[in-house]
Design a protein around this ligand. Structure first.
Ligand code: MLT
Length: 313
């Protein structure tokens, strides 16, 4: 029997699987980094979502740690190299929430194009602002997808029936593979120059950090809408706010932030911004899948069996 430290909310389905394997589930959500470091000694497994920083210090405190399970896709909060160095397996649930993330992206595109939250708020406050919130059709627009991985492709599939032109930039995907998904691969700068809507679907890495900063935002069309449901820090929030202020961008929808939880951002409170608190994966279905998939991986790792979604095996 192993002790599994669950540091963030995990769906019941996942907790049940861990219990059924005979493990001792230690649910300790909402701990500070210091408290988590105090709680980790003796635990063989640690399960997190995106809010917990699994850094060198936490891994060093995990004297019995065998596996870190990330109940979701992104691994930017886990120091995978440090885990590897300590012989700790890291696994994630790469397919768990991609549909939810894609649906959230399309929802934000439409919401942003039609100013729905702003109009709703005005009416809720007793103001009939019919002439203020005229929007933009998606029909026959060019949608530029930055990152044509799992989520980027699902977004392409879902937005295609709006009769849009789909273009993408992704240095790791071939033109043939993109074409099979109904998308034309183009150079990065061409995507910026042509897109009416730009949507981000890449991880935050040294390569993508601040990819949409002041210099590249200046290459976008002045009416362009940008949607970021991928990771904060790829779109520079201050530069985007400045571009909106100067009329060099049409609107921005953000679900993810350079620092989370985010209660302050230069984008907040603007009439041309729709902001949500990292809700891309927050559906019952995605959380059930993430909980189940990560519990299965953790159980395999603790049993010493091969772990299909290990990222550092
Ligand atoms: C992910 O990377 O899986 C999503 O951003 C959702 C999450 O952080 O749990």
């Amino acid at each position: 029997m192993a002790r599994v430290l669950v540091a963030e909310t995990l769906a019941d389905a996942g907790l049940r699987l861990l219990s059924a394997a005979g493990h001792d589930i230690d649910i300790r959500t909402g701990l500070s980094p210091d408290e988590l470091r105090d709680a980790i000694p003796g635990a063989q497994a640690l399960v997190v979502r995106s809010a917990t920083q699994v850094d060198v210090d936490l891994l060093a405190a995990g004297d019995s740690l065998v596996v870190v399970g990330r109940a979701g896709v992104g691994l930017d909060n886990v120091d995978v190299a440090a885990a590897t160095e300590r012989g700790v397996l890291v696994c994630n649930a790469p397919f768990s929430n991609v549909v939810s993330a894609a649906e959230m992206t399309v929802a934000l595109m439409l919401t942003l194009a039609r100013h729905i939250p702003q109009a709703h708020q005005a009416l809720s406050d007793g103001r009939w602002e019919r002439s203020r919130w005229g929007g933009m059709e998606i029909y026959r627009k060019t949608v530029g997808i930055l990152g044509l991985g799992r989520v980027g492709r699902l977004v392409a599939q879902r937005i295609a029936p709006f009769d849009v032109a789909l273009i993408a930039y992704d240095p790791y995907v071939s033109a043939e593979s993109a074409r099979a998904a109904g998308v034309d691969m183009v150079p990065f700068e061409e995507l910026l120059a042509r897109s009416d809507i730009i949507t981000l679907h890449m991880p935050r890495t040294a390569e993508t950090a601040d990819l949409l900063g002041a210099e590249n935002l200046a290459k976008c069309r002045p009416h362009a809408l940008i949607v970021n449901t991928a990771r904060g820090g790829i779109l520079d929030e201050a530069a985007a706010a400045q571009a909106l202020e100067e009329g060099r961008l049409g609107g921005v929808a953000v679900d993810v932030y350079a620092t989370e939880p985010a209660t302050d951002s230069p984008l907040f409170g603007r009439p041309d911004v729709v902001a949500t608190p990292h809700l891309g994966a927050s559906t019952t279905e995605a959380q059930d899948r993430a909980g189940t998939q990560i519990a299965e991986q953790v159980n395999l790792a603790l049993a010493g069996d091969p772990v299909p979604y290990a990222v550092n095996a």
